[in-house]
Structures are given as structure tokens and as C-alpha cells.
Write a protein that binds this ligand. Structure first.
Ligand code: HEC
Length: 414
């Protein structure tokens, strides 16, 4: 009797343990469908597919590690500090479910043979909802990427041939070469003097001259993998003047073999002139309070920014912090005239590869008289594995990826 009872207990315990151990089918697949599959499917921007049990189980420990560290899904901003409409991330519970699944031996569960969803469901990359057709599509000239195994930073001049001003409520960048195109930035020039920038490399000495040109819009749009079409809130749009041209700054990853890129920019026009013009506020070197912006070799400096008091009330739509490889962390607030602090962004572990435009859940009102303040930390030491220079050398402000920057870019309306 004793033995039978003991066995009974054992079976009960085992059964309840089993019940608590998550399975792929019941627990893991739904998490991955929502948070990983949009990028990790065949042909997607993720380096491998995570659609089937085998795909995931093969890398179970790796998946557990990158999710626990919140490296994946990529969203470097602190979501406790501020919430964004384009937020990505797993809940604590989802993270611990993945941990428990891996520790529990990665049980498949019943019915998992077919993996995640159908193909249709996994076209996370088709960036345009079918109903929307862009009014204007501009393509850069085809660019031949060298197969020399080096990073390549290029500037392209793209004529817009605009006879009239346009009101743009949505902008989208579609990389021609998804494998090698790492990120890009769109600028607007209205001086007509930038045609010579066509395809030049960032270390071309003439780039410095172009940098002196005052741009009509230093930051129309920035693209990194996973940053989809931006759409401004109803009634708000960017105004691009007739006669303007686009300047495209593109970073290509190193490639061992020659390849090609011809990327495209799509504009979605507002039906009528917008009531509110979306403007870009870019805080740059000039707004740094502890000048000069110099990072001596083997130091870990901090720089501070101050902008304001604002002459008018503005409504911030988004924030995009920008640094290069020596950046470690960044924080920004707005202080209202009443002394309230409005959280803008906090990134504790800066990742050069994931520079997103963070859209606030609703426009953030900064009353007249507010000040924007920011601080950014850098590590220009030999110990920083991301330092592009070994041995470390003194670095100043500049566009090149081997220079450094501290920028905050905001879309706003009045
Ligand atoms: C927005 C697109 C995107 C999403 C969403 C995404 N990934 Fe990734 N993932 C990438 C890209 C691109 C890389 C390669 C570049 C890198 O490592 O940053 C990557 C790399 C990885 C790696 C390898 C990391 C390394 O150090 O080599 C793992 C593991 C991974 N992802 C797992 C996941 C999991 C699990 C999820 C969901 C919880 C997820 N990813 C969500 C785009 C994405």
C-alpha cells in the first residue's frame, strides 16, 4: 500500500511539473509569431528563420540569452522611462517562459509540426499595406558595391523634379539590397548645389564642402532594418518645396563579393495641404554645453546638451538619438516652465546598429518656455571592443562613422 501511494504521489508531482513546463506549441510559438517572425523568416532581415520548432530548438540557448538580455526583439529604449507607439519588446512573463522552456528540455508539445503560421502571415517585410499607393517613387542611380570586405558609406544626390510644393504624410525607404544595406538617412537640399555629391564616399575630401551647405531639411527620414514607413498624425505633413532634391546617405555592410543596390524612396501625399507642418528639430554640436566636443584617446567623456527656452509651445511626435560607435548611453528630458520633467528617451546600452525613430504614443506637448536637456556618455578607450580605432585616438565631431556625434532629432508640430 505504501509503495502504491508513493508511486501515486510521484506520478502526481511529475504530472504537475509537466503541466508547468512550457511547450513550444502551447507557449513558445505564440510569442515568437508575434515578436520574432516578422524579421526571422526565410528572406527576412533576421539572419535566420525562427518559424519551426527545429529552427528554434537548434538555437534554444541563444534565443534564451538574447531575449533575457533584451537584445531581441531590438528596441534599445527603456520602456519604463517612456512609452512609444512603435514599441517592441517581451514582457517579463514571456521572457521567463522562454527560459523555463529551454531549461525544461525544449518540449515540442502536440501539433507543432507545421511551425509558425502560414507564409502569408509572415510577410513582416512588406512594408506597405496593399491599399496604399505612393504618389511619388524616386530611385537612386544603381550603385555597384565593391566586394572588398570593407564598410562603405556613400552619399547620393536624387533629383526630385518637383514643379509644385508637395505635402507628405508618409515616407518610406525601400532598400534595393536588403542583405548589404545597413542604414540610410534622407535629407532635403533646396540650394541646387549638391548634384556633385552623387555617389561620393564619406572619405572623399569634397564632402567637407558639401557639409557647409545649409540644408532645407537635415533629417527628412532615417531608416534602419525594422524601421518601417513613417506616417504622421492626421492633419500633419512634411512640406517639400518645388525645386528640392533628396540627398541620401547610405551605409553598406562589408561584403566579400561585388553586388548592387538601387534603393527607392516612396512618398505618400496628404490629400490637401496639411493644417500642421511637420518640422524637424535637430540638436547638434552647437547645443552641447561643455564644448569642445572632443573625445581624447582613452577617456570616457560625458557631454551635455541644452536647448531652450522654447519660444513657442510645440508638440513632439518622435525622438531619434544619434551617436556613432563610441556612444554608450543617452538620456533626454524636457523641463517645463513649471519645473516638471517630461521623459523623452533613455537608452542604457547604446547600439549603433539599432537607431530607431521613437514615436510617442501621442504628441508630447512642450509648453512655451520649456528646455530640452540631454546627456550622453562615450567610451573612447582601448577596452571598448566597438572602438573603430586601435590604438584609441582623439576623435571630434563629424559625419564620418569614424568621427563621433551627439544628435537628437525630433519631428514636431506646432
Ligand atoms: C526588427 C527585426 C527583428 C525582430 C523583431 C527580431 N529580430 Fe532577432 N535579429 C534581427 C537582426 C537584423 C539580427 C542580426 C543583427 C544583430 O544581431 O543585431 C538578429 C539577430 C538575432 C540573433 C543572433 C544574435 C547574435 O548575437 O548574433 C538571435 C538569437 C535572434 N535575433 C533572436 C530573435 C528572437 C528570439 C526574436 C523575438 C523574441 C527576435 N530575434 C526578433 C532582427 C530582428
Amino acid at each position: 500500500m505504501k509503495v502504491v501511494f508513493g508511486t501515486f504521489l510521484l506520478v502526481v508531482c511529475w504530472a504537475s511539473l509537466r503541466a508547468q513546463t512550457p511547450t513550444y506549441v502551447a507557449d513558445i510559438r505564440p510569442i515568437l509569431t508575434q515578436h520574432c517572425a516578422p524579421c526571422h523568416h526565410p528572406g527576412g532581415i533576421g539572419p535566420f528563420s525562427l518559424l519551426t520548432y527545429e529552427d528554434v530548438a537548434k538555437r534554444g540557448k541563444f534565443v534564451a540569452k538574447v531575449t533575457q538580455r533584451r537584445y531581441m526583439p531590438p528596441f534599445p529604449a527603456d520602456r519604463q522611462f517612456q512609452h512609444y507607439s512603435n514599441e517592441r519588446g517581451l514582457s517579463e512573463r514571456e521572457i521567463s517562459t522562454i527560459q523555463a522552456w529551454v531549461q525544461g528540455g525544449m518540449i515540442r508539445g502536440v501539433g507543432g509540426e507545421q511551425g509558425i503560421g502560414s507564409r502569408k502571415q509572415n510577410t513582416g517585410e512588406s512594408q506597405v499595406p496593399d491599399a496604399l499607393k505612393p504618389e511619388l517613387v524616386l530611385r537612386m542611380k544603381p550603385y555597384a558595391i565593391k566586394g572588398d570586405g570593407r564598410e562603405d558609406f556613400r552619399y547620393f544626390h536624387v533629383p526630385m523634379n518637383l514643379k509644385h510644393d508637395i505635402w507628405v504624410e508618409g515616407i518610406e525607404f525601400v532598400p534595393g539590397n536588403r542583405k548589404l544595406l545597413h542604414h540610410s538617412r534622407l535629407m532635403v537640399d533646396s540650394t541646387g548645389t549638391m548634384a556633385g555629391i552623387d555617389g561620393i564616399s564619406e572619405d572623399d575630401p569634397s564632402l567637407r564642402n558639401f557639409q557647409q551647405t545649409p540644408l532645407a531639411d537635415e533629417f527628412l527620414y532615417g531608416w534602419v532594418p525594422g524601421n518601417d514607413r513613417v506616417t504622421f498624425p492626421a492633419g500633419a505633413a512634411k512640406l517639400i518645396r518645388a525645386g528640392s532634391d533628396l540627398i541620401l546617405n547610405v551605409h553598406y555592410s562589408p561584403s566579400a563579393k561585388a553586388d548592387q543596390d538601387q534603393s527607392e524612396v516612396r512618398f505618400y501625399f496628404a490629400k490637401k495641404p496639411a493644417e500642421r507642418i511637420v518640422q524637424t528639430l535637430t540638436l547638434t554640436e552647437n547645443n552641447i554645453t561643455n564644448q569642445p566636443f572632443k573625445l581624447p584617446a582613452n577617456t570616457t567623456p560625458t557631454f551635455f546638451m541644452n536647448y531652450g527656452p522654447l519660444p513657442d509651445t510645440i508638440q513632439l511626435l518622435s525622438v531619434l538619438p544619434h551617436m556613432h560607435r563610441l556612444g554608450r548611453s543617452v538620456r533626454a528630458f524636457a523641463i517645463t516652465p513649471d519645473g516638471d520633467a517630461l521623459n523623452l528617451i533613455k537608452i542604457d546600452d547604446w547600439d549603433y546598429n539599432w537607431q530607431l525613430t521613437y514615436f510617442f504614443q501621442k504628441p508630447l506637448i512642450l509648453p512655451k518656455g520649456s528646455t530640452i536637456i540631454a546627456e550622453a556618455h562615450y567610451n573612447n578607450s582601448d577596452q571598448n571592443p566597438l572602438n573603430p580605432n586601435h590604438p584609441a585616438k582623439t576623435i571630434g565631431y563629424g559625419w564620418n562613422s569614424t568621427d563621433e556625434m551627439m544628435n537628437l532629432v525630433f519631428y514636431y508640430i506646432k
